[in-house]
Write a protein that binds this ligand. Structure first.
Ligand SMILES: [Fe+2]
Length: 312
């Protein structure tokens, strides 16, 4: 298997699991293509051609040495120390979940999908888009001083294949949780927490003291309408969105992680918040993707926070 095949598989799986639906994503790709064709030669030179086929700016091949992928090691965060470890242990390919390189620098672009998901939960699209847009520019400026090529340079010098797969995996986790929770009779937050605790990644997280938790609300609170708005879409939206979500009839936010400031704002608008856990939820999505690779390579190992659970 080649690294480019893993990349293509990630895009396809990400699109199939996208909460917005495959048709919406494909239509957006077609629009980008249309806009690209209207650019002049100078503008085309600067255009990232991956955007014509890949709707997820936080997912990119970071270094492809052209060699066959055989022994893969996968982690949530990959810094030069993980790459050195991978080389020492004779792995030929490293998969990171969190973005690095150009995928990190352009992470904010993927956040547009949050507005469309919020609209599915009843927040008017104009409001969701305006709030998300403001947050996108804030995230983009926040990332700009980061030394985002540090790990990419290390992978090149170590001659390792290196790729990061972020939103496609988060989409797989969001889709899995959406299907799983929709099939359950959930009355209270306690029912929701109990249901989450049956998922193997969360069982392991409980042992690691990082299991699912209620951040806002009491365990006997009614769940009301669940919103899986903080599982996928790059990084956290603005806290201003919570007032609009409450007005749209959302009862409980199910998210991977939430800052104290965001939690307070959600609480103020009487929203319940259930946090599934960051590393465990990232692991869930990464696992669902790795299951598709499992029989195509000779080995897949886990490190850097990844809780590897196989479902194949
Ligand atoms: Fe994450």
């Amino acid at each position: 298997m080649k690294l480019s095949e893993i990349y293509q598989l990630a895009i396809e799986e990400g699109i199939k699991a996208d909460l917005r639906g495959e048709a919406v994503v494909r239509k957006k790709l077609a629009k980008i293509k249309e806009a690209y064709e209207k650019l002049d030669a100078e503008q085309k030179k600067e255009f990232d051609l991956e955007k014509l086929v890949n709707p997820y700016s936080d997912t990119r091949i970071l270094h492809d040495n052209g060699k066959e992928v055989s022994r893969i090691i996968v982690g949530i965060d990959i810094d030069p120390q993980e790459l050195l470890l991978a080389k020492q242990l004779n792995y030929d390919t490293v998969i990171a979940h969190h973005p690095e390189g150009a995928a990190l620098a352009d992470l904010s672009d993927v956040m547009h999908l949050q507005a469309e998901i919020l609209a599915q939960y009843g927040v008017p699209i104009n409001i969701a888009q305006a709030i998300t847009k403001e947050r996108i520019s804030e995230v983009s400026r926040g990332i700009s001083p980061v030394n985002h090529y540090r790990s990419v340079d290390a992978a090149r010098l170590l001659d390792l294949n290196f790729i990061c797969i972020h939103t496609p995996c988060d989409n797989l986790a969001a889709k899995f949780l959406d299907d799983y929770l929709q099939n359950k009779e959930l009355e209270t937050l306690d029912d929701l927490i109990k249901a989450l605790k049956k998922i193997p990644e969360y069982q392991e997280a409980i042992k690691r003291k990082a299991g699912p938790k209620i951040f806002a609300g009491d365990k006997d609170n009614y769940c009301g309408k669940l919103a899986l708005t903080e599982i996928t879409g790059g990084t956290s939206n603005s806290k201003d969105i919570y007032e609009k979500m409450a007005q749209a009839g959302v009862g409980t936010i199910v998210g991977m992680h939430m800052s104290e400031e965001h939690k307070k704002e959600a609480q103020q608008h009487h929203l319940n918040v259930v946090i599934t856990g960051h590393m465990s939820s990232d692991s869930l999505g990464v696992n669902l993707f790795l299951d598709k690779l499992e029989h195509q390579v000779s080995e897949i190992a886990a490190f850097s926070g990844l809780i590897r659970i196989k479902r194949v």
